[in-house]
Design a protein around this ligand. Structure first.
Ligand code: AVJ
Length: 319
């Protein structure tokens, strides 16, 4: 039942994207089991500075972050959107247990296998913490949490995942997030900051070819799940960064004219040098972040950065 729904949403979005001009695919579909594994390798590769920078913030500043969240209630629930393997989050969760800040962690992720894994491993790693994982899209899962009683929430949206939205979409997303929260709830959101353009481009064009494989894997996923006929060898991975807008975008470019079929008979024609737009990873300025929080109706509480000021986690409160 659930699987059919996921399959048909995936099919609908693939058909919509590959029928559009210019063609696009949605980066949220990168994360099947092979995509999860590739992303974990990306996070460890030398060029991908984001994870190390945010890990430094959470390792060094978790206590400060939690102490900045105040409430008359005895504890918070910590809810994480896009938890992934939660490896950085464990720093914050450990501090939360030490400070008796929280006894309940709710990781939400589109990847059911990641959520399953967290539900198994975290309670062993972090005794005293109840882990109630939810697999699915963020807002339907947040809607489910609304009937959860008076415990205030700290919602984590880490890693710079907000960067996968265009700046205008990010405003709509933060407004909607705000709507699901109660006054006195907090949000900790991670943003990748603008920096030397070559450093940014290299993070999406690693020498080992992991990011390339991560993008091409979505074509493999279409073959596996929708009976597609993609040959990844007919595409080159082409990331670009625009230092004016802060948009880092990835494309897969067809090297020849060819047709692709799905198992339901849908046909897509590719021209030589025709791109598929795969992903945006938007880079932010502090001014842009402040404007985003303000327009979404949040009160800015504090900004945390790594020692090289590559990345920032900002703490917002719903007034
Ligand atoms: C998980 C969305 C933060 O955009 O940097 C990594 C995903 N894509 N390499 C990012 C990604 C290519 C990543 N986020």
């Amino acid at each position: 039942m659930q699987l059919t729904q996921v399959d048909s949403a995936f099919r609908r979005d693939v058909i919509r994207g590959l029928s559009a001009s210019p063609k696009f695919l949605l980066s949220k579909y990168f994360y099947d089991s092979r995509g999860d594994a590739l992303f974990q390798q990306i996070m460890r590769c030398p060029e991908y500075y984001l994870t190390r920078a945010e890990e430094e913030i959470l390792r060094d500043k978790s206590r400060d972050i939690l102490r900045a969240c105040t409430t008359p209630h005895p504890t918070f629930d910590i809810v994480e959107l896009g938890a992934g393997d939660a490896s950085k989050t464990t720093h914050l969760l450990r501090a939360a247990i030490d400070l008796t800040f929280s006894n309940r962690y709710v990781p939400i992720d589109i990847s059911a296998s990641m959520v399953e894994q967290l539900t198994q491993t975290l309670p062993v790693q972090l005794p005293g913490l109840e882990v109630d994982g939810l697999a699915g899209e963020y807002f339907p899962m947040l809607a489910q949490l609304q009937h959860n009683g008076p415990t205030p929430k700290l919602v984590l949206f880490l890693g710079g995942t907000i960067g996968n939205l265009l700046p205008t979409e990010a405003i709509a997303f933060c407004k909607e997030l705000n709507n699901y929260l109660k006054p006195g709830d907090y949000v900790l959101m991670g943003f990748d900051l603008r920096k030397d353009p070559q450093t940014i481009l290299n993070a999406y064009n690693d020498k080992a070819g992991l990011t390339r494989a991560f993008n091409l894997n979505l074509l493999n996923r279409i073959n596996d799940e929708l009976g597609g006929t993609f040959d990844p060898a007919n595409f080159v991975h082409f990331p670009v960064y625009d230092p004016v807008t802060g948009a880092c975008k990835s494309y897969l470019v067809s090297t020849c004219q060819h047709d692709i079929l799905l198992d339901d008979g849908t046909l897509f024609r590719f021209g030589k040098d025709e791109p598929i737009y795969m992903e945006i990873s938007q880079k932010y300025t502090h001014t842009q972040i402040a404007k985003l929080g303000n327009e979404a109706g949040f009160e800015p509480i504090q900004t945390y950065m790594d020692s090289q000021q590559q990345f920032t986690d900002v703490l917002w409160r719903k007034p």
